[in-house]
Design a protein around this ligand. Structure first.
Ligand code: SF4
Length: 377
């Protein structure tokens, strides 16, 4: 069997901090481009003994990796190629619209990236302001065009729905605008706020009114209908793709493949069943990684029961659901027998279904995925 893993590089720097964001991202007056690349390269090297085979994909996530000097991105791409990353492998860079946010798309393309994922979030100035984004609607419109001009033939756009004061019609307009660029991939996220982010605090203080669940659900339905009519396949709870353009790296993650993740705050999953998270602060991370020390804040071994739960969690996020034969092959146990009682209850409530050899969420189940998952844990 050919062994492979996904390679993830976290770039934790942003120009400003958006008030809804709980990603590991920091505003730095001077981004240490070369030193941060030195640290991530060193970390990749030091983690290789814990991974078998070659990288199948490379993903630069953030933060805003579109800000990273393309020369440094190229150093990492070249190193990944020296480890066996093939020339047609998916190499994604997340970027934000705006000339300051993404200085040179051509240079990112020349560095080896063949897929760009733009955090447009909305094409509406009012909603972009609510989200505290640096870019405006004009820049959100320019970004996909510039990506095409730079030669990217694999383009993904991120949009957020359920923004305070957003109407269903405005959401439909955002979707139509995104689809007009014919991106190969769309990630459509419902705005959900961790309790400690500034927008959540504003809402608790009564200075911001969040949309009710019914609006989120209606917008989710509009997203599913609109994308389907435009030829996209809804393949994961938040992701939609033209045929054959599903995100390969994310699909590796959802299928439980090993992920060699490096960078401040990155979380990875080793082939020998350990998972780890790195320390979050970029300076402490760089010092430890460059010194050849493991820059970790967390490590645990994953037993069979945990792996099974993760397979259920990621499997139910996928619209095709959990392939029952594959589950039995991986865990030597029948899912429908091991979880017979919760499955029976969930089927009776119309939240999951077993069809064509797969356990999947029904349309109603998609709206209450977290409550469904609780039944298995
Ligand atoms: S640009 Fe993205 S990562 Fe950076 S603060 Fe905003 S949402 Fe967070």
């Amino acid at each position: 069997m050919v062994a492979f893993f996904g390679l993830y590089v976290h770039f934790p720097f942003c120009l400003t901090k958006c008030p809804y964001c709980d990603f590991n991202s920091f505003v730095a007056p001077d981004i240490p481009h070369a030193r941060y690349a030195d640290a991530t390269l060193r970390e990749i090297e030091s983690r290789l003994p814990d991974f078998d085979g070659t990288p199948a994909t490379l993903y630069f996530g953030g933060g805003t990796p579109g800000l990273w000097a393309p020369l440094e991105i190229k150093r990492i791409v070249d190193f990944a190629r020296s480890l066996g990353l093939s020339h047609d492998a998916e190499i994604t860079v997340e970027a934000n619209p705006g000339a300051l946010e993404t200085p040179s798309l051509e240079a990112i393309r020349d560095a080896g990236a063949n897929r760009i994922s733009f955090g447009c979030q909305s094409f509406n100035d009012r909603h972009l302001a609510t989200l505290g984004r640096r870019h405006d609607a004009r820049e959100a419109h320019e970004a996909p065009r510039k990506a095409r001009d730079a030669g990217f033939d694999n383009l993904s756009l991120d949009l957020i729905f359920g923004i305070p004061a957003q109407t269903v019609d405005e959401w439909r307009t955002d979707l139509d605008k995104a689809i007009a660029f014919a991106p190969e991939h769309l990630s459509l996220y419902s705005l959900s706020l961790e309790p400690e982010v500034p927008m959540a605090k504003e809402a608790r203080a009564g200075r911001l009114t969040l949309l009710e669940d019914a609006f989120h659900n209606e917008m989710f339905n509009v997203a599913r209908r609109t994308t389907r009519a435009a030829g996209y396949r809804h393949y994961e709870i938040s992701n939609y793709a033209k045929p054959g353009r599903e995100a390969v790296h994310n699909s590796l993650y959802w299928s439980g493949a090993p992920i060699l993740a490096v960078g401040a705050g990155a979380s990875g999953f080793e082939v020998r069943r350990h998972r780890y998270s790195n320390i979050k602060g970029p300076e402490a991370y760089m010092q430890r990684a460059i010194a050849g020390e493991r820059p970790e804040s967390f490590r645990e071994s994953i037993d069979e029961a945990m792996r099974m739960r993760e397979a259920i969690m990621t499997g139910l996020r996928r619209i095709d659901g959990i392939d029952l034969a594959d589950f039995e092959r991986r865990f030597a146990v029948r899912l429908s027998e091991r979880y017979a009682e919760p499955i029976r209850r969930l089927v009776a409530c119309g939240l999951v279904t077993i069809e064509d050899g797969a356990l999947r969420l029904t349309d109603s189940g998609l709206f209450v995925m977290n409550s469904v998952l609780v039944e298995f844990f």
